[in-house]
Ligand binder design. Structure first.
Ligand code: HEC
Ligand code: HEC
Length: 300
């Protein structure tokens, strides 16, 4: 190569280095932006993460099939244990009434079904301490066994004068088996049915009317299943026709996966998914390749 050509190549290299640096800059900015969307939406950082997959084995094993809340009879309930009654009277009756008929301070619980009552206790929402627009998740004061006893007691209550027994909403599901659950399908269903409120990363988000869809990070599979079937607060409830038991397991598996991802080294890129990762991979990769190519070309 004639010596006079060298300065020209060096100049060209300098000219090309600029676009390459630009590309790298865009990559860096995307990492910062995508990385922080997840964090900006997150609110549950102060909440302790619950154990991911252990679900206390239920004493009864109903499929969550009865979500219409109109015709279901839980044959294993109907009596309600003495300790369930005692706990209810101590912790709940002052607001919800001795027969759970409701009062000026709190809604009726008759006919809700054991899953709903269980959900509100194990997520710490009840007993309510400070009345607010929306009962918040906090550390539960009852064990899961106590919660179940209260829930079964409440589900056993009848309305005086009502002919027949009051139709109950869904009952507490049995052990939740995620071994056959399909992660990819769960992701699809989550993006379709849940992400508008809970955000794509399940970190929660504000709803337009002042309500708040919480982060799903601390939720156990049982809590997610109960929320899907009973629709707490402003959340819609999903019937078995809308989401089958298999769909439910798929969604739970996906939620547990994105809220407790296993990052095997490297940046998590906000856990937004393969599109972002591919995009950043291409931008960074192509940027590096361009730099390498110019460096080699310069030496030749
Ligand atoms: C200080 C009063 C108070 C106490 C004590 C209390 N609650 Fe509540 N409860 C409320 C209020 C108010 C609401 C409605 C809040 C909301 O929708 O966010 C509510 C809502 C609920 C709901 C949801 C009702 C529905 O229609 O979806 C359940 C279930 C429930 N409470 C169960 C219980 C149980 C079980 C206990 C006892 C362990 C209890 N509550 C103790 C005031 C109370
Ligand atoms: C229309 C908005 C909306 C949609 C859609 C929605 N949710 Fe919710 N979700 C809420 C709100 C609001 C709450 C809080 C209810 C309350 O505490 O009053 C909630 C609460 C929950 C909770 C309890 C969180 C906790 O620990 O406090 C879980 C779990 C949950 N949702 C899962 C789901 C899943 C899974 C889907 C999709 C199948 C879904 N939600 C769809 C609005 C929504």
């Amino acid at each position: 190569m004639p010596a006079s050509a060298r300065p020209a190549i060096a100049r060209r290299t300098r000219q090309m280095a600029l676009p390459a640096l630009l590309v790298m800059g865009v990559a860096a900015i995307s990492i910062v932006l995508f990385g922080s969307t997840a964090r900006a939406q997150g609110t549950g950082s102060a909440q302790p993460a619950a154990p991911a997959t252990t679900v206390p084995a239920g004493t009864h094993n109903h499929a969550l099939g009865n979500t219409g809340g109109t015709s279901y009879q839980d044959t294993e309930l109907g009596t309600g244990s003495a300790s369930g009654r005692q706990l209810y009277v101590q912790a709940c009756a002052s607001c919800h009434g001795t027969d759970a008929q409701g009062s000026a301070r709190a809604p009726t619980l008759v006919g809700l079904g054991s899953a709903a009552v269980d959900f509100w206790i194990i997520t710490g929402r009840m007993p309510l301490e400070v009345p607010s627009q929306q009962a918040m998740r906090k550390n539960p004061i009852f064990s899961t066994t106590q919660a179940k006893e209260i829930a079964q007691y409440v589900a056993s209550l009848q309305v005086p004068g009502y002919v027949g027994s009051v139709p109950q909403g869904p009952s507490i599901p049995g052990p939740i088996d995620l071994s056959q659950a399909n992660l990819a399908h769960g992701g699809e269903l989550f993006r379709l049915n849940c992400s508008t409120c809970h955000s794509l990363t399940a970190n929660g988000g504000a709803l337009s009317y002042g309500a708040y869809a919480p982060s799903l990070v601390p939720d156990t599979p049982l809590e997610i299943a109960e929320a899907i079937r009973t629709g707490p607060g402003n959340m819609p409830r999903f019937s078995i026709a809308q989401l089958s038991s298999q769909d439910e397991a798929d969604i739970i598996k996906y939620v547990k996966y994105i809220t407790h991802p296993q990052d095997r080294g490297g940046f998590n890129l906000g856990h937004v998914g393969p599109t972002t990762e591919g995009f950043i991979g291409i931008v960074v990769g192509v940027g590096l390749l361009m730099l390498a190519a110019f460096w080699i070309g310069d030496r030749a």
